[in-house]
Ligand binder design. Structure first.
Ligand SMILES: C[S@@+](CC[C@H](N)C(=O)[O-])C[C@H]1O[C@@H](n2cnc3c(N)ncnc32)[C@H](O)[C@@H]1O
Length: 239
């Protein structure tokens, strides 16, 4: 799916999200750059790493997301690339490849997942690390109710989530209400589709491509459990 229509909403919702920044910055200082970021969005993580002196190659397919990313990283060592994580060739290896904030949930089929991991492995140094974070599917609480997500000035965002366990999919429907200066309500609708992964599904997926994965239940290395909000993965390419 394309983020072109979600780009302005994404900026309102997540511009200030910072829970994962230290995790990726620690990995970048341990492994060095350049770092390849898959699904770099509007440059939230790329800008953080680049401000700390790490060069980032930011791969992002959505033109609207990339435009915002280019603006937010102007003057920083970030190289933006229009591309798809399932099918890219950069003709170099990286010590660290990252896919922050559920970016891999846009891989909807086994073919998409395997193609991406094959591309990641072939761009990683031997001993290099692939790091990513994903929802913990055991924490999904999609009850179908329409809820307020947030208020951003004159804009109110509501959302409703549907969980489809048999296809491991989560669909989020957004209703975006904005009162114009004349008081007239403008209502927009958006939809976000995500495919979630289970813990051992990921371990086996990584092992199939020669990577050894370790999962934590948070960005400070907390043990993973059914109560963890997310899975923070680091996977080393061993062959
Ligand atoms: C949830 S956002 C995360 C953005 C950014 N990593 C962050 O942490 O703020 C997911 C991003 O993945 C991108 N994306 C979706 N499908 C993709 C694909 N096949 N290849 C590369 N990126 C993709 C979207 O366009 C979107 O910018």
């Amino acid at each position: 799916m394309s983020y072109d229509e979600l780009a302005d909403l994404y900026a309102l919702q997540y511009e200030d999200y910072s829970g994962d920044l230290d995790f990726y910055a620690r990995l970048a200082s341990r492994h060095g750059g350049p770092v390849l970021e898959l699904g770099a969005g509007q440059g939230r993580v790329a800008a953080h790493l680049a401000r700390r002196g790490t060069e980032v190659w930011a791969l992002e397919p959505s033109a609207a997301m990339r435009r915002r990313g280019e603006a937010s990283t102007r003057g920083l060592p970030v190289r933006w690339i229009a591309g798809d994580m399932r099918d890219f060739e950069l003709n170099r290896h990286f010590p660290l490849v990252i896919a922050p904030f559920n970016a891999l949930m846009h891989l909807y089929t086994l073919t998409d997942q395997n193609a991406t991991l094959e591309r990641v492995a072939s761009h990683l140094n031997t001993g290099g690390v692939f790091a990513f974070d994903l929802y913990n599917p055991l924490q999904i609480k999609a009850d179908g109710a329409l809820r307020l997500e947030g208020r951003y000035g004159r804009i109110e965002v509501y959302y409703r989530q549907e969980h489809h366990p048999a296809s491991q999919r989560l669909t989020t429907y957004y209703v975006i209400d904005e009162a114009g200066p004349d008081g007239v309500l403008k209502r927009r609708h958006n939809r976000l589709d995500q495919r979630y992964f289970t813990r051992y599904e990921i371990e086996r997926w990584l092992a199939g491509a020669g990577l050894v994965g370790r999962v934590a239940g948070g960005f400070q290395g907390q043990p993973f459990s059914e109560k963890s909000p997310l899975m923070a993965w680091t996977a080393r390419r061993v062959s």
